[in-house]
Write a protein that binds this ligand. Structure first.
Ligand code: GLN
Length: 505
């Protein structure tokens, strides 16, 4: 496609620089905008996700879809995978067409439309709503993260700390949302209230989805009102720059093909192995053969990508394997009072809120003396491996009956420490290593690791058998050993990876 000549933009930006701003807990004020916008976006994401599975399997007589569990699990898995996979496409559009700040706005509006659509009681609205949320998330998620990075200079030691704070916003939303949407969709009390208003009590599910929509509306309002606090971060590429329409078509086709392959991958193990080994070819090419700085940095990005796939594959079992362990094998009571096993799903977000300020403080405090990024990643994997190692005696103890909830609490604590070393650091590193014109795409690659990890987590959970304590112990041990091996490998490679990162290491 031919790019028409357009007027050149004014080369001097009229917006203030954010780099030296310390107006939000020692960080640029723009961080508070992104913190609250992402808090509401994650509120809507996790609030809806908490209902999704329950809504699909609930009988039609109580307002659900009445799907069988296998079909519902399939839709759930493919939906979460799609949300993160589409980040590649979203990142590409942001980089080459509209810029990160507009991608957040457009993505946010599409997500909002998706949640309002889900609030409508019809099957067509259900699928349309899911598709809208997935597409919108693909646009918003990588861009809001690159915007955080854009508030700091590359050399600013506050950057990892800033991402830790941003991560706290994510988890504030993630923690509160299921409590709100769960109450609307599932409590008898709210059903009575609906009857009192003369409404159908079975519409409770759609009130839950509606709450997610309102959360997202608030998020977008916050974002737009404080847009100027972002300075000139994430502006669209210059008007005169050619728009790569052909590239866009390739990325769309590639994303669709990958999505199609992954949906089918469970049935073809060879396909899964091939897909997961492709990044290794990339590491070899970029790390060993490219001599230019940009190429070598892409090699480092791929090393982190591979480590992150394994991390999320184990971590995301919090919602599958560990949820089953909580339901079937744990004594769910405190001081003689029982609680639903689903409460464990909020524990991780709670620990993040406790630990994030601590880590933010720690990284700033250590300044230039903080561990290098590959070492932080290795620490993340180490704690994750330890968490599954702790599941080995916990699983063995189930031979004598249900076990104490303290086991899972300790497991989630270790996982969260690992998450704090790897996930915000990963976001921060992608934003720093990516060449400016590929910022969104590289962030998309980061979320592709989550997408693939989610897929693997679902596949791995198929090996969980609550009735075989010895087998269950081995199940956790094997995964702890694989994570341990990756930890050692990453530590051994750390000096090389640091060299690949060059001056941005
Ligand atoms: N829980 C974080 C979020 O929702 C991280 C997700 C991920 O990358 N796996 O943003």
């Amino acid at each position: 496609m031919i790019d028409r000549a357009r007027p050149q933009p004014d080369p001097t930006p009229h917006v203030p620089e954010t780099f030296d701003d310390r107006g939000f807990a020692g960080h640029p004020r723009g961080l508070s905008n992104l913190f609250f916008a992402e808090m509401w976006e994650r509120f809507s994401f996790y609030g809806m996700r908490a209902l999704l599975m329950l809504f699909m399997v609930a009988p039609v007589a109580t307002g659900g879809l009445g799907l069988d569990q296998v079909r519902a699990a399939e839709i759930y898995g493919n939906y979460t995978m799609a949300c993160y996979l589409l980040c590649i496409l979203g990142g590409y559009i942001a980089d080459n067409f509209i810029g990160a700040r507009r991608a957040v706005l457009v993505g946010g509006l599409i997500i909002t439309a998706g949640h309002y659509t889900l609030a409508v009681d019809s099957m067509a609205a259900f699928y349309a709503g899911l598709a809208l949320v997935a597409v919108g998330t693909g646009l918003l998620k990588p861009s809001i993260s690159t915007l955080v990075g854009g508030l700091y200079r590359d050399s600013d030691t506050r950057r990892d700390a800033g991402f830790s704070l941003f991560y706290m916003g994510i988890n504030l939303g993630a923690f509160a949302a299921p409590l709100v949407t769960g109450w609307l969709a599932q409590s008898e009390r709210f059903r009575e209230i609906l009857v009192g208003w003369g409404l159908d009590p079975n519409s409770c599910w759609h009130w839950g989805f509606g709450a997610a929509a309102i959360g997202m509306t608030l998020g977008m309002t916050v974002y737009v009102r404080r847009l100027s606090w972002l300075g000139n971060a994430g502006e669209a590429p210059a008007a005169g720059k050619a728009r790569p329409w052909k590239g866009l078509i390739w990325v769309i086709l590639g994303s669709a093909a990958l999505l199609g392959l992954l949906v089918r991958a469970d049935r073809y193990p060879a396909l899964l192995v091939t897909l997961y080994s492709l990044p290794l070819v990339g590491i070899a090419y970029f790390g060993l053969f490219r001599k230019d700085e940009e190429g070598r940095r892409l090699g480092a990005i791929l090393v982190f990508f591979v480590a992150a796939i394994l991390f999320w594959a184990v971590f995301e079992q919090a919602g599958s394997t560990l949820a089953l362990f909580a339901e079937d094998l744990t004594r769910n009571e405190v001081l003689g009072h029982g609680f639903p096993s689903s409460w464990f799903q909020s524990v991780n977000a709670l620990f993040v809120m406790m630990l994030a300020p601590l880590f933010a403080w720690l990284w700033v405090r250590m300044g230039k003396g903080q561990p290098s990024v590959p070492v932080k990643f290795a620490l993340g994997l180490l704690f994750l491996g330890l968490s599954f190692a702790l599941m080995v005696p916990a699983a063995a103890a189930t031979a004598a009956g249900k076990v104490s909830p303290l086991w899972l609490l300790a497991v989630y604590f270790l996982q969260t420490v690992g998450e704090m070393c790897l996930s915000p650091v990963g976001l921060s590193t992608m934003s720093r290593l990516a060449p400016a014109h590929l910022a969104g795409l590289v962030m998309g690659v980061w979320f592709l690791a989550t997408s693939l990890g989610n897929k693997l987590a679902g596949t791995l959970a198929g090996g969980f058998d609550a009735k075989d304590p010895a087998g269950l112990s081995d199940f956790f041990l094997n995964q702890a050993l694989v994570v341990g091996a990756m930890t050692v490998a990453l530590l051994a490679l750390a000096p090389w990876v640091k060299r690949l990162m060059g001056r941005r290491g």
